[in-house]
Design a protein around this ligand. Structure first.
Ligand SMILES: Cc1cc2nc3c(=O)[nH]c(=O)nc-3n(C[C@H](O)[C@H](O)[C@H](O)COP(=O)(O)OP(=O)(O)OC[C@H]3O[C@@H](n4cnc5c(N)ncnc54)[C@H](O)[C@@H]3O)c2cc1C
Length: 423
């Protein structure tokens, strides 16, 4: 197959639909507030929304524009399955860990569903089944193990034999695991709507206002190029953390992931692939979903150092994968984009004050490929922690958890785990 030409502009579908533009003012005078949230992605906007909804005076600062960080480059699956299979997480960390991961994922989906409904946000939310597809003979064992782990984690998956999987998807699969009632939405539209709702509840949203420094004294003072904000609490949701928290970034493995969007050339034809959230269980894996008549295919993940050398090859590899889903069909590549994900050693985010840090400054990041669910869940949890509705030790994502290793100690830990599983 000859690769089709890629669009010259490598931007996401979401940023084409709701172009990157300033929609909220920049900060131009000093302020005093209860909480400053820094970062206007899914985690920061959700946190600011849940705080404003409880009557807390909240100020959101975004360096660029709302929803144009990694959240603007997502594929926006809402799923409680993780990038790392549950059976692998169970072997390393035990049943409690996968139960917690699945439960928080499910709660994240429910939160987005509830909020978009309550706030009448036109973000295309829909409940969809997810399907993990086995495409190679050796995938059968993977599917059986994942099915068992998902049940232990509290899910209600169904194992589909080859014929059932093929009937459902039209793909020559060796089998599949179907996970009911997951979801999909347009995260950027959701966040833009939430920004307005924050303002309606008395919160303040500023774009083009980067935090350039943080003074930690009797009060907290957030510095920006134009003004300062004095506050009782700060929540940093900037992806990689800025100073004085840069040292915490060693907790993250940084991976680049790629996406293409395809449009059928014959407009009268319909895609054969069904409207589900799907991924294959090959390593590295591919993931697929629809947005209206466009099929998004993502994957070809690689460490950030290798991505710099990869050029356009990962997108062409995604195209080579496409005929597995839709044989004998012609399409155009309408969009091609890439983004970076930050993963921790145990596939859960970090949220809270790091060891030795000031308890008034909460950090939240490391959502891996599950930022839509875990970021939403985190937003509510941050509001609970700040308003005292949740005790700090009831935070499942706290820094002081035994399963969290920095990337420097991770190899050593995983070797130890292999000797005495599960740890
Ligand atoms: C291609 C791709 C596909 C993905 N698919 C999925 C998926 O299907 N489902 C899923 O759940 N997850 C998916 N993810 C992961 C998900 O997108 C991320 O986990 C999530 O968007 C991270 O959100 P965030 O709020 O932590 O960060 P971001 O969205 O990056 O937000 C951080 C914000 O902080 C701002 N900022 C940085 N520094 C400062 C500063 N000093 N002052 C003020 N603001 C600052 C940035 O401008 C940015 O807007 C995908 C990721 C990629 C790249």
């Amino acid at each position: 197959m000859h690769p089709r030409s890629l669009p010259p502009q490598k931007t996401s579908l979401w940023l084409t639909r709701a172009p990157d533009a300033k929609r909220f003012p920049a900060l131009d005078k000093n302020l005093t507030t209860d909480v400053v949230v820094v970062g206007g992605g899914i985690a920061g906007v959700s946190a600011a929304y849940f705080l404003a909804a409880r009557g807390t005076r909240v100020t959101l600062l975004e360096a660029s524009h709302i929803g144009t960080g990694e959240t603007g480059f997502t594929t926006a699956f809402l799923t409680s399955s993780m990038d790392t299979p549950f059976f692998a997480l169970r072997e390393r960390f035990g049943n409690n860990h996968i139960q917690r991961a699945r439960r928080t994922g499910e709660e994240g989906i429910a939160l987005v569903e509830e909020v978009q409904k309550k706030e009448h946000l036109p973000c295309g939310f829909q409940r969809l089944d997810a399907v993990a597809l086995g495409l190679q003979p050796e995938s059968t064992e993977h599917l059986t193990r994942e099915m068992g782990a998902l049940r232990l984690a509290g899910g209600e998956p169904t194992l589909l034999r080859a014929e059932e999987a093929q009937t459902l998807t039209g793909v020559a699969a060796v089998g599949a695991v179907r996970i009911p009632r997951q979801g999909a939405f347009d995260a950027r539209t959701y966040l833009l709507g939430l920004g307005e709702r924050i303002q309606k509840r008395g919160g303040q949203v500023f774009e083009e206002t980067p935090m350039t420094g943080l003074d930690i004294g009797k009060t907290l003072v957030v510095n920006t190029p134009s003004a300062t904000v004095t506050t009782d609490h700060v929540v940093l949701t900037t992806g990689l953390f800025p100073n004085p928290y840069r040292a915490q970034n060693k907790l993250f493995r940084q991976t680049v992931t790629y996406v293409i969007a395809l449009a059928l050339i014959e407009k009268t034809r319909k895609w054969r692939f069904p409207n589900v959230l799907a991924w294959d269980v090959t390593d590295p894996f591919h993931y697929m979903r629809f947005l209206d008549e466009l099929l998004m295919i993502g994957g070809e993940d690689r460490p950030v150092q290798e991505a710099a050398k990869a050029g356009e090859e990962p997108w062409h590899s995604l195209e080579v994968f496409a005929p597995i889903l839709e044989p004998n069909t012609s399409w155009d590549v309408t969009h091609a984009w890439q983004g970076q994900i930050l993963e921790t050693s145990d596939a859960l985010p970090v949220v809270g004050a790091p060891p030795g840090g000031d308890s008034r400054v909460l950090l939240a990041s490391g959502f891996g490929g599950n930022g839509m669910t875990l970021g939403s869940y985190t937003g509510k949890m941050v509001a609970d922690l700040i308003t005292g509705e949740r005790a700090a030790d009831a935070n499942p994502f706290r820094f002081e958890r035994p399963t969290l290793a920095s990337k420097n100690t991770e190899r050593q830990e995983s070797e130890e785990c292999e000797r005495r599983p599960p740890c």
